[in-house]
Design a protein around this ligand. Structure first.
Ligand code: HSE
Length: 401
């Protein structure tokens, strides 16, 4: 009998609890022994619920119990998660987490502790919810030079953008629904302002580069300025608006950013809607590979967490993934990224906009009092310089694979 513990009985933690009960037979088959949840750590009480029987409030109960060989961390946030996870690893217990903030901020330290104690620190669920993406990058695609990864990495914002686009919902209503469905982070800004997607693309880039990509270095813009009018322009160009996390190597330099982009119909990410995530990986040999699935939500994320638990248990005494180098990888400046932009200006500045954005072509969206243009491909720095000369109602980058 293998004993495990869960730290944090929120949406994902309770999902993990359910998977262990519901899929006990399949887990036993794949681990080779029955798996039992010995403890669930939470500050709350859950009277009348099955979890109450195994509920503990002191982390040391878990850390000091030699019977517990694997721990799931689903608390979220950096502290006390970091202290608890490092304590578990140092006590010789493998850890599986869904906590992208913890991985992006403290991954290097936790990977080192795991190596020192011959246990595993695994975090498949921290990127793309239930979608297998980290393990494929580390195993199946390991012979490839990964040239780019572009992802719809946040289910909440994709849900909001889809509802605004298709149902004409107000932003606030769509956010409330996403929260009610358990997709959203505790602080809505983490989703809306792109911070969650930023941590996820930083983790993906760190895996590919084998070196830490500091999420503080990643240019990040969220969706809070996107309006229904922007969708009208997007449609007239045959595009959707998606919040993308993008990593790409250009002439040996790594560009990483998170921002809303116009995505053309021929791109597979165009069709990724609702809470679903899509991650498009381009390898120099395999070409394009697309990963698609539920990027948020209780069951899907719990499935990914338990995949890590099984892998850790199948590899006792071993660190399954040794981790990336701790020195931060220098990223190319965002101003040097090259792309076209959709820009909207007041009607009276239409001529001026055409002068400052030489070669821009008008976009017909029939919105009274304003004009839209699609610029030539230009550097972000050159765009900012030109945009400073007109009144910008909105501007959205155009994605080119
Ligand atoms: N808030 C996140 C999302 C949860 O919406 O994608 C999964 O990381």
């Amino acid at each position: 009998m293998i004993k495990m513990a869960i730290m944090g009985f929120g949406t994902i933690g309770s999902g993990v609890f359910d998977v262990v009960k519901k899929n006990a037979d399949i887990l036993e088959k794949n681990i080779g022994e029955p798996l039992e949840i010995k403890y669930v750590l939470d500050i709350r009480e859950f009277p009348g619920q099955p979890v109450q029987e195994v509920l503990v409030h002191d982390v040391n109960t878990i850390l000091e119990d030699p019977e517990v060989s694997v721990v799931v961390e689903t608390m979220g946030g950096v502290e006390p998660a970091f202290t608890f996870v490092s304590g578990a690893l140092a006590a010789g217990k493998s850890v599986a987490t869904s906590n992208k903030e913890l991985v992006a901020q403290k991954g290097v330290e936790l990977q080192q502790i795991a190596r020192e104690h011959n246990v595993s620190f695994l975090f498949e669920a921290s990127v793309g919810g239930g979608i297998p993406i980290l393990r494929p990058l580390l195993t199946c695609l390991t012979a490839d030079r990964i040239e780019s990864i572009t992802g719809i990495l946040n289910g909440t914002t994709n849900y909001i953008l889809t509802k605004m686009d298709r149902e004409g919902w107000e932003f606030a209503d769509a956010l409330a629904q996403a929260q009610a469905k358990g997709y959203a982070e505790r602080k809505p800004e983490a989703d809306i302002e792109g911070y969650d997607a930023c941590r996820k693309i930083a983790i993906l880039a760190s895996i590919v580069l084998g070196q830490k990509v500091d999420y503080h270095d990643v240019y990040t813009e969220g969706i809070s300025k996107i309006s229904v009018t922007d969708f009208t322009y997007a449609h007239s160009l045959g595009c959707e608006i998606k919040l993308l996390g993008d990593f790409r190597m250009v002439d040996g330099r790594a560009f990483v950013c998170v921002a809303p982009f116009l995505v053309k119909a021929e791109n597979p990410l165009y069709a990724v809607s609702g809470v679903f995530n899509g991650i498009l990986v381009h390898g120099n040999m395999v070409d394009d590979v697309m990963f698609y699935g539920r990027g948020a939500g209780k069951d899907a994320t719990a499935s990914a967490v338990m995949g890590d638990v099984v892998e850790a248990l199948q590899n006792p005494g071993k660190t399954v993934y040794p981790g990336w180098k701790g020195e931060s990888c220098p990223l190319a400046p965002q101003g040097e990224a090259e792309r076209a932009f959709l820009i909207r200006v007041p009607e009276q500045e239409s001529q001026k906009a055409q002068e400052v954005f030489a070669g821009a072509r008008p976009v017909k969206a029939k919105i009274p009092g304003e004009a839209g243009f699609l610029t030539e491909v230009m550097s972000e720095a050159a765009f900012e310089e030109a945009a400073a000369q007109v009144t910008v109602l909105s501007r959205i980058r155009v994605f080119e694979a």
